[in-house]
Design a protein around this ligand. Structure first.
Ligand SMILES: NC(=O)c1ccc[n+]([C@@H]2O[C@H](COP(=O)([O-])OP(=O)(O)OC[C@H]3O[C@@H](n4cnc5c(N)ncnc54)[C@H](OP(=O)(O)O)[C@@H]3O)[C@@H](O)[C@H]2O)c1
Length: 269
């Protein structure tokens, strides 16, 4: 494992990954370097995560073996122009920016080993899902190191880059869909008289448990659904309403919209 890691951009996603890396003791705080645009964020990163933080991107590049590009997509190439003079050929660069292709990253960084990753914010509680793509050979030694970073904060999957749009829809954006569902479930429970704090715990814990059952059992989700729907019971009544309201097709259309947006971003970058 590389000893030092740097993040250019210290916002939501970088903070989530850093949190996970520290919790899992993959990197110690003093081996993590982060830059951000504002002094406010720099101070917050130091105060909340106890990492080395700075407004200088050169400082991060000079101190890090692995570099994670975690700025907004529109900033990526501007930042690459800025840090190029400080980069060494042995450094590994991982971009987590949506819509920035490996072809463009590799063209901008011909000397570096380049990866594209799509993580999600549950990385902050070590329950992340990250898809990773690279144009490098399967025997490239840094593959193992890159996977280890994201394995430390959840699960990883190597995918062909053409599947990145699907990955963005199914796990990049989906925590937000789940938050909306938890909020709606809690509202419904509150409507039935449940105190709000209990309602959020109950809704979140049941989604967490259901997801864990899918992962642990390996059973088709439909089989698990059948197991909890007794004839004429409460659950099938609820499922019937969800079907009537187009729950499944709404999710499919929503995710297709996310993938389409991702395709547009890629074309625009
Ligand atoms: N959020 C997600 O769920 C998610 C999931 C997968 C991938 N991503 C990708 O992750 C990337 C970051 O997203 P985010 O949600 O973390 O965004 P964010 O919270 O807005 O963070 C962006 C960070 O970049 C910093 N920054 C801006 N200009 C900079 C500069 N010139 N040099 C160094 N740092 C600079 C900002 O500093 P200040 O704080 O000082 O403004 C901020 O800390 C995006 O490319 C996004 O596509 C996000």
């Amino acid at each position: 494992m590389a000893n030092t890691i740097g993040f250019i951009g210290g916002g939501n996603m970088a903070s989530a990954i850093i949190n996970g890396l520290i919790k899992k003791e993959v990197y110690s705080e003093n081996n993590i370097f982060v830059s951000a645009a504002s002094q406010n964020t720099v101070d917050r990163l130091h105060k909340t995560l106890n990492v080395n933080s700075s407004q200088s991107n050169a400082y991060v590049v000079e101190n890090s073996e692995m570099i994670v590009l975690s700025v907004k997509p529109y900033m990526v190439f501007k930042i690459l122009d800025e840090i190029r003079p400080f980069l060494r050929p042995d450094q590994v660069v991982i971009s987590i920016a949506s819509g920035i292709t490996l072809k463009k990253l590799t063209a901008a960084l011909p000397q570096q080993k380049v990866y594209r990753a799509m993580p999600n914010t549950p990385a902050s509680v070590n329950m992340g899902m990250t898809s990773i793509s690279t144009l490098l050979d399967q025997n490239e030694p840094s593959l193992v190191q890159v996977e280890a970073i994201f394995n430390a904060v959840g699960k990883t999957a190597w995918i062909d880059e053409s599947l990145m749009h699907a990955a963005i829809a199914v796990h990049g954006s989906s925590p937000a869909y789940a938050f909306v569902m938890i909020e709606a479930m809690a509202d419904a429970a509150v409507l039935e008289g449940m105190p709000r704090d209990k309602a959020y715990t109950m809704a979140a814990q049941s989604l967490l448990g259901a997801a864990q059952m899918v992962l642990d059992s390996g059973l088709h989700p439909g089989v698990l659904k059948d197991q909890v729907t007794s004839p004429g019971g409460n659950t099938i009544k609820a499922i019937a309403v969800l079907e009537q309201d187009g729950f499944r097709s709404s999710i499919i259309r929503a995710m297709h919209a996310a993938a389409e947006k991702s395709r547009q971003m890629e074309e625009g970058n």
